[in-house]
Write a protein that binds this ligand. Structure first.
Ligand SMILES: C[S@@+](CC[C@H](N)C(=O)[O-])C[C@H]1O[C@@H](n2cnc3c(N)ncnc32)[C@H](O)[C@@H]1O
Length: 234
């Protein structure tokens, strides 16, 4: 589903009124949550709906559910998120994984402030580090291994980020990327407007590396804006 398309390189998820009804139904069943955590997820969904109404590019419902499903199966302890917006997916991951730690990169100062507030509200700020920066300026300097990377930043940069993301991903780790089919442009299902050709080509290159490299196993899910899930085998 590619509805509610939004312009702009940084706006890479759907939102607006259409997305609100989708988000309202976000899945929490199936996650190993305590009663308190379920209440937090209720609050979190309300915040996601409210952010979507303000036009914030929050992760759409099916993609959010898939993120939570993969998180609950893999149970990563060290997470990197590129593009945290107001910290709502950061908070969701930390609420559902007690003990996990997260580093997030977000370019917009105002969103970083909101993210910190949200993480504090959900009692997970102590396990989070939000870097206010352009990902391209900090990714190369990050060291250590991550067992889960959630890539939800500027689509045109995904291919450029890939060497660092693969360096940072531990063996056995998972790279989960949103917007990889970019409104159908990447598959050719929808004709790419001229201004998005560079971003589309970058995503094509990104997916080629992920699907064709030895040592990586990738599934591409063709719903909403397209999600790829890559396991680093070795
Ligand atoms: C789709 S939103 C992230 C949504 C968030 N994961 C969620 O679902 O709540 C993408 C975010 O990436 C941020 N962003 C865009 N360009 C960036 C860059 N070069 N470096 C870091 N963050 C960037 C935007 O400001 C925006 O908040």
């Amino acid at each position: 589903m590619m509805s509610g398309a939004r312009g702009g390189e940084n706006q890479n998820s759907n939102a607006g009124a259409g997305a609100v009804s989708e988000l309202r139904a976000s899945l929490i069943n199936g996650l190993p949550l305590t009663g308190g955590d379920k209440q937090k997820f209720g609050e979190l969904n309300a915040l996601r709906n409210e952010a979507a109404l303000r036009g914030e590019p929050v992760l759409r419902e099916q993609s959010f559910n898939e993120l939570m499903r993969v998180i609950s199966v893999k149970r990563p302890q060290k997470i990197l998120e590129v593009g945290s917006n107001e910290g709502l997916t950061s908070a969701a991951m930390l609420i559902s994984l007690s003990g996990a730690r997260l580093t997030a990169i977000e370019i917009d100062e105002d969103k970083v402030m909101r993210a910190r507030k949200n993480l504090e509200r959900f009692g997970v700020i102590g396990r989070a580090r939000i870097l206010c920066a352009d990902a391209k300026d900090v990714l190369f300097a990050i060291t250590g291994g991550y067992d889960f990377i959630f890539l939800d930043g500027p689509k045109g940069q995904y291919y450029g980020y890939l060497p660092d993301l693969l360096r940072l991903l531990k063996r056995g780790g998972t790279l989960f990327a949103d917007n990889v089919l970019f409104r159908g442009y990447v598959t050719g299902a929808v004709k790419t407007p001229h201004r998005f050709i560079t971003a589309k080509n970058s995503l094509k290159n990104f997916l080629s590396v992920l699907t064709e490299s030895e040592g990586l196993k990738t599934r591409v899910l063709d719903f909403e804006d397209g999600v790829s899930i890559t396991e680093k085998l070795y």
